[in-house]
Design a protein around this ligand. Structure first.
Ligand code: MOS
Length: 722
């Protein structure tokens, strides 16, 4: 189904199932431990051996030799694979460096070997006995140093700079100016389920259960890496214990499980040890950002520039922290530019709301600083500079944009009017209290997505390679099919995360929910046509309550027999005519200990405008999780870089701090009643990452309001108040 005209009325609009709160249907399985993760497919691979990865102990170097004799002689060892014994390996399209190093070592903890043994303990012990002789090379590990000679990095449009009007001229002429620099650190995804894979060969065919967000990308890149045809691989990722972008791509555990299984002639499973995850896999790159805003006295932005520098491996890309600044506020003269330093740190790549998460951290603090300079209320300042069109293209309106309503409704609900605009004024005992806010903005992406929907004995079976990374995909897809076919959610069985099923949008970039359900919608439209034809009913037949009605007749759906339909949602003209994005407003109250600088969140509110909300329960869970991650980015999360040896030092959950329940006492989420007709037939947009964009800045702005100290280097740890 090509989606080219606004959706109009369709069966989803009834909202008998879609749009209603529903607990996740996979929830009971999760808590009962019966939703198998990638490491837990004992039934399919009863004789699996265990693989343990050996990571490089240097940040950059060349392997001179690897001595495996002691490891080979260790008890229980079945096979050891290194780059030498693996044979030629390719590199996946989505991978920046090789997933099995040799002879070059590109980064610390890059895999150099996998040891396969009868038991996990034996593999772990033998892995310690692998001796890698490495010639160390001096690496580039300092972002600040790298940026001094960094090259311009092209944005999405391929251009190194995005310019509108004359930024320099307008900025020079502006009566009120802000010029500030902000830094954000490297972040680790720190998801609960580690990178894990189980691999089984049957002749030249490979079955791999792996924890991955994008089944088709993973399968394609595994085929490329192993040099085998894609159709020889069945990749399954039915349950994922969190990914946050770290599992968008094929990773070492999958490649090494496959290679280890081949060498050991046994199925092999690998779960990456927690202390290896931060350096072996990808991370959100640190940024250094400069924002300049020029305003008239009345608060009208006349010039805005956002420049960001980040670093990555030689073939890597920039953290696109400037993207939202092209779209969020009006202003006739604009500049957005990025620079990329070549670093030998582990691979940078997408982490939840890549680009916007660190970009909004800087932009929305800059907006707060500018509002103060203007003597204007920060909410009013943002409202004043709203735009209903893409500021670089007046002919491209947003499909829907209710930022102003999010701001006003949020301010009203949060009691913003009671805020003391002068910082450092509100004190209760030892606690300095403050309130802050920020806008939220995240792109919405239209992605093609396919599904197969079958009618089996009156029940509906949906098959698509979509993943559920803890987000609720099973549930919203069941709701969609139930609404379309006129049955209860209980009458729908959803099968996900298998490359044998039609290729979906996958889980990434907050595009999963709207696009994967739109794909299911498209397949259901086809199935409805088949059912109507089979039952001799017209095209306007109504599907409801397990029946199909038309022409004065009502026929049980099951009378249509067993049928199957497959289709794909694709996008056309509308996708180019409109700018698609999601909007929101974050409000946060903090208390800061006047003596120690300890910051405690008091309460948080997010108001979101993201099109139709398919399931308010799972959407809320996404947003409160994102807000929690935002608190981490503002106050805690930071990979500490050892600039001498090129590694992230705090590479485990004991030292990489993330918020826990006790850090988050109160959260509220409000969804504006919206339906975006131009986005897709579901009229839904992404929401999972919107909740993260801007929330860190709202925390930082609240901290400033409490203390009067403006911290521009994140996270705001105690030492930064000094
Ligand atoms: Mo998200 S970083 O695209 O999984």
């Amino acid at each position: 189904m090509k989606f080219e005209t606004p959706a109009g009325t369709n069966p989803i609009d009834r909202q008998m199932v879609v749009g209603r709160p529903r607990a996740r249907i996979d929830g009971p399985k999760k808590v009962a431990g019966t939703a198998p993760y990638a490491f837990e497919h004992a039934r399919d691979v009863p004789n699996a051996a265990y693989g343990v990865i050996v990571g490089a102990g240097v940040g950059k170097g060349t392997i001179r030799s690897i001595d495996l004799s002691a490891a080979r002689a260790a008890p229980g060892v079945l096979a050891i694979v290194t780059a030498d014994s693996a044979g030629p390996l390719g590199k996946g399209r989505m991978n920046t460096v090789k997933l099995l190093a040799g002879p070059a070592i590109d980064h610390y903890h890059q895999a150099v070997a996998v040891v396969v043994a009868e038991s996990f303990e034996q593999a772990t012990a033998a892995a310690q006995l692998v001796r890698v002789d490495v010639a160390r090379i001096k690496g580039r590990f300092d972002l600040e140093e790298g940026l001094a000679s960094a090259k311009p990095a092209p944005g999405d449009d391929g251009k190194p700079e995005a310019r509108v009007g004359d930024f320099e001229g307008a900025y020079a002429a502006a009566p009120v100016k802000l010029d500030a620099e902000y830094t954000t650190p490297d972040h680790s995804h720190a998801m609960m389920e580690p990178f894990a894979s189980t691999a089984r060969w049957d002749g030249d065919a490979l079955t791999i259960w792996t924890s991955n967000q994008m089944v088709d990308w993973g399968r394609g890149d595994l085929a490329k890496t192993l040099g085998i045809p894609k159709d020889k691989i069945n990749l399954q990722s039915p349950y994922v214990g969190g990914g946050f972008g770290g599992k968008l791509f094929l990773r070492a555990d999958a490649v090494l499980a496959a290679l280890g299984a081949k060498a050991a002639k046994r199925p092999v499973k690998i779960a990456m040890a927690r202390p290896m995850m931060a350096n072996n896999a990808t991370h959100r790159p640190a940024t250094k950002q400069r924002i300049r805003i020029g305003c008239q006295q009345d608060g009208t932005i006349t010039a805005i520039a956002h420049e960001s520098g980040s670093g990555d491996q030689p073939d890597g890309g920039p953290e696109a922290a400037v993207n939202q600044t092209k779209l969020l506020y009006a202003g006739a003269n604009r500049l957005a530019a990025m620079r990329l330093a070549v670093l030998d740190l582990p691979e940078g790549n997408a982490m939840r709301a890549p680009g916007e998460a660190p970009g909004m951290m800087a932009l929305e603090v800059a907006m707060d600083e500018m509002a103060e300079k203007l003597g204007m209320d920060p909410v009013a300042f943002r409202i004043k500079n709203d735009t209903q069109v893409d500021p670089s293209n007046p002919n491209k309106p947003f499909s829907q944009r209710q930022l102003v309503r999010c701001l006003t409704e949020g301010a009203e609900r949060f009691g913003w009017a009671k805020r003391n605009a002068r910082p450092g004024q509100v004190r209760e005992g030892k606690w300095l209290r403050g309130i802050g806010m920020a806008a939220a903005f995240r792109n919405h992406v239209n992605m093609k997505s396919a599904a197969r929907v079958r009618l089996v004995g009156g029940r509906v079976v949906v098959e698509t390679d979509m993943t559920d990374i803890g987000t609720g995909s099973y549930t919203i897809i069941a709701q969609t099919a139930a609404e379309m076919m006129g049955v209860s959610v209980e009458a729908v069985e959803v099968r996900l995360g298998n490359s044998a099923y039609p290729v979906s949008a996958g889980s990434g970039g907050q595009w999963g929910a709207p696009n994967s359900t739109a794909g299911v919608y498209a397949a259901c439209v086809k199935l409805r046509e088949q059912v109507a034809a089979k039952l001799g009913l017209g095209a306007d037949a109504v599907f409801e309550g397990g029946q199909v009605r038309g022409g004065g007749r009502a026929v049980p759906l099951r009378d249509a027999g067993d049928l199957s339909a497959e289709d794909r949602i694709e996008f056309g003209a509308l996708d180019k005519q409109y700018a698609f994005a999601t909007f929101g407003a974050h409000f946060v109250e903090v208390a800061v200990d006047a003596y120690t600088g300890v910051t405690r969140i008091q309460r948080m509110l997010a108001v979101c405008a993201a099109g139709r909300i398919i399931n308010p329960v799972s959407a809320r869970s996404q947003v409160i999780g994102a807000m929690t991650m935002g608190v981490g980015s503002a106050l805690m999360e930071e990979l500490a870089v050892d600039k001498r040896f090129g590694l992230f030092v705090n590479h485990d959950l004991a030292s990489y701090e993330v918020p826990v329940h006790a850090d988050i006492p109160h959260q509220e989420v409000v969804f504006l009643a919206e339906a975006d007709e131009k986005a897709n037939p579901m009229k839904a947009k992404g929401v999972g990452e919107l909740g993260l964009c801007g929330v860190g800045a709202a925390v930082a702005n609240a901290v400033y309001n409490a203390t009067g100290i403006r911290v521009r280097e994140y996270p705001i740890t105690l030492d930064k108040y000094l």
